[in-house]
Design a protein around this ligand. Structure first.
Ligand code: 5GP
Length: 114
């Protein structure tokens, strides 16, 4: 078996994270290296590497959490909009091999974006 990823270690409580949302199947916490204030990662608790590997019910739960969290995060950091994204595979920039959705708050004129 491969070593647990950093996200499994967060889920297991072995390393600390600022958890903002949690259900039986999904957890969301602040990114340790935020691209913007409020940058949040939404992660299924079961460790599937890519979106294609993830059972449909579980990916639905992940995206429902994204849908619920996005306005709350925008309000919390007074953002104007949000970029939601997945780096789905190493060539796309995925560094942690455990599916996660980035919620990145955006601000008028911040010049970022995909
Ligand atoms: P990826 O490049 O795989 O799409 O994104 C991985 C994200 O995980 C990065 O934005 C990185 O900052 C974040 N990250 C890596 N290690 C940790 C950690 O130990 N704690 C938290 N909260 N975020 C992490």
């Amino acid at each position: 078996m491969s070593d647990p990823t950093v996200f499994e270690r967060i889920i297991d409580g072995e390393i600390p994270a600022e958890i903002v949302h949690e259900t039986d199947s999904v957890i969301a916490f602040l990114d340790a290296n935020p691209l913007a204030p409020g940058h949040t990662l939404v992660v299924p608790k079961e460790p599937y590497e890519r979106l294609r590997d993830t059972p449909p019910e579980l990916s639905a739960a992940v995206f429902e959490a994204v849908r619920e969290l996005t306005p709350a995060i925008e309000d919390a950091v007074d953002a104007d909009a949000t970029t939601v994204g997945i780096n789905d595979g190493p060539a796309a920039g995925q560094e942690v091999p455990h599916l996660h959705v980035h919620i990145v708050p955006r601000f008028e004129g911040d010049g970022g974006g995909p």
